[in-house]
Design a protein around this ligand. Structure first.
Ligand code: ATP
Length: 130
């Protein structure tokens, strides 16, 4: 089956895969070839694919997954191949966001800052798994 991961900026991935595991807003789920058509909103997290018996990891930061006719399309605001992630930058972003949350500033946009934490954690997870 095919998997395409598409962001506003680029086509991050477009290859044949054997298995897909991703994080929907209702929890993690997997797709094998010949799966029935599905459409699911995605959470910020890691999408794992199995290709020739080997895993590869991508961040997928929300958006939607559509699967039909043995083709999965993930449309997401931001995605990265785990091997392209800058670990230092992700660790710094995580520390910055956690610091902000700890300050308990009344003006802080908590949802936005929590999303920054989730993005950084997803990046670190996708990197460590590679
Ligand atoms: P930062 O605070 O480090 O910018 P962020 O979570 O706010 O992190 P995003 O707004 O999600 O960053 O992404 C902006 C752009 O930077 C996107 O193109 C994204 O792929 C890229 N990017 C962000 N963090 C990393 C990283 N650690 N490694 C590689 N690319 C990254």
């Amino acid at each position: 089956m095919r998997l395409k991961i598409i962001t506003h900026e680029k086509l991050v991935f477009d290859e044949d895969v054997d298995e897909i595991y991703t994080k929907g807003t209702a929890g993690e789920f997997g797709i094998l070839p010949k799966h029935i058509p599905i459409m699911s909103a995605l959470d910020i997290g890691v999408t794992k694919v199995i290709q020739g018996g080997k895993p590869r990891y991508f961040t997928t930061m929300g958006g939607v997954l559509q699967f039909k006719d043995d083709e999965a399309i993930i449309l997401t605001p931001t995605a990265e191949d785990g091997k392209d992630i800058d670990v230092v930058r992700a660790k710094e972003a995580l520390a910055r966001a956690r610091e902000k949350l700890a300050e308990k500033d009344a003006e802080l946009d908590i949802k936005k800052t929590e999303a920054a934490v989730a993005r950084a954690l997803a990046r670190l997870k996708a990197t460590m798994s590679n």
